[in-house]
Design a protein. Structure first.
Length: 314
């Protein structure tokens, strides 16, 4: 658990640093910032999904120790490549920066961070505990072979979901035609996509309430619904990743982005806890209903965002 926790911190520091650097390196014209943020975020999630599959294969063929050593070797190669090829001119940071400075930021950063809590909490409400347990109950016949088959199918679905989610994030600038749209219009678009996302878990909740327990039609509906949810969620996530960089200033980008990622981690923690609690207390309907409420919360908070490029409400 200690090693996993340290790895998670390292991962978030790497993500925060990478996306902060995009703010300074990406071209500002023709939607360059959105394009590069979407490419970085989408490719990261696609690689993460492939990593799920690779990790499962290494675990099954080489065992735990060699799988972890293989991962360590790959990370060592990446570290060497970063040290050799790091772009010059990136800021070194300020040693005298105070923790209290993190909280002196624009209202847009606060609102977007709050929306991020609810957005990612809504995803993890179903992703972490509830849906895997439901699929396990449907797919496994209780035998050792049945359990292994169920675990493999569930893991594959989750990995494919993350891979497709990453690919849609990469395509988000094209889908939203960001090269020809001003920041204010994208702020307004973020609100509309958030409400669109809320419709999907609401529909799945209605389907779960109409069901009398695990049924084949419900399972197929959930798979289709979760894939659609992933595509729309990817657009929302890409928009948020762009807006946080658009709202912050270059001299404090790591502070604001770090605060934003702290909100992201808080939302995932909240979602993970609620995933187990809601599925235990009310099954699929309560779990999916909670996801709906959280997405709606993210949409309402997103309505408070302002277009600070023109200093007027949108």
């Amino acid at each position: 658990m200690v090693v996993q926790g340290a790895s998670g911190i390292a991962k978030d520091l790497a993500k925060m640093s990478s996306k902060s650097a995009v703010k300074l390196l990406a071209p500002s014209e023709d939607g360059g910032l959105f394009r590069w943020v979407a490419l970085l975020t989408g490719s990261k999630n696609a690689v993460k999904g492939f990593g799920f599959l690779l990790g499962a294969a290494l675990l099954a063929t080489l065992g735990f120790v060699w799988a972890v050593l293989g991962m360590a070797a790959i990370l060592a190669v990446i570290l060497i490549a970063v040290l050799i090829a790091m772009p010059p001119g990136l800021p070194k940071g300020r040693k005298g920066a105070k923790f209290s400075e993190v909280f002196f930021k624009s209202s847009n950063v606060n609102w977007l961070s709050a929306a991020r809590v609810f957005l990612f909490g809504a995803r993890d409400v179903w992703f972490v505990v509830g849906i895997p347990i439901y699929f396990y109950a449907v797919l496994s016949d209780g035998t050792v072979a049945g359990n292994r088959t169920a675990f493999f199918m569930i893991g594959t679905f989750m990995a494919v979901w993350v891979i497709l989610y990453g690919f849609v994030q990469v395509l988000a600038p094209r889908i939203l035609r960001t090269s020809s749209r001003p920041q204010g219009e994208l702020v307004h678009t973020a609100k509309g996509w958030a409400w669109t996302l809320a419709v999907i878990p609401a529909t799945m909740t209605a389907a779960a309430l109409a069901s009398d327990g695990p049924q084949s039609w419900l399972t197929v509906s959930l798979i289709a619904g979760l894939l659609i949810f992933g595509a729309v969620f990817a657009i929302n996530s890409a928009l948020h990743s762009y807006l946080i960089l658009a709202f912050t200033k270059a001299e404090r980008v790591t502070m604001d982005f770090g605060f934003y990622y702290m909100a992201n981690a808080g939302g995932r923690l909240l979602g993970a806890i609620l995933s187990g609690v809601t599925y235990q207390l009310g099954g699929l309907p309560l779990m999916l209903g909670t996801a709906t409420i959280m997405v709606a919360g993210a949409a309402m908070i997103a309505s408070c965002l302002r277009d600070n490029s023109r200093d007027k409400a949108v």
